[in-house]
Design a protein around this ligand. Sequence first.
Ligand code: SF4
Length: 124
Amino acid sequence: MGCSCGGNCETNLIYSCSGAANTGLLADQVMRTLARNGVGDGTCLSAIGADLSGFILSARNATRNIVIDGCPVGCGKQIFEAKGLPFSHFITTDFGVAKGKTSITGEVIEDVSASIAAKIVAGE
Ligand code: SF4
């Protein structure tokens, strides 16, 4: 993987915990929505956890790594910290959803995606 633009492009890589909880599902769906909307490219958090060299290199070369976790346990955050990789961090439960309670509807996915996209654009 890698960029061939000659240094003129930005590459945001988006990772989600994709956990079993409803909010892990939301993290996954938000990652896919942001990728579909051109905020960045969705890629695999598990591959970072597994130390796969191509994914680690891509993360080191990314303009920004955006990690979306489904709850404050922060599995994605912990993986990135353990690898010493820079990242911006978002937790779906910071956006009005409750782990184990909130139904993950299309409207919830769109709302949380829009809120996180706005923060990314603002540089948070
Ligand atoms: S961050 Fe929370 S929801 Fe995501 S995998 Fe970890 S424990 Fe599950």
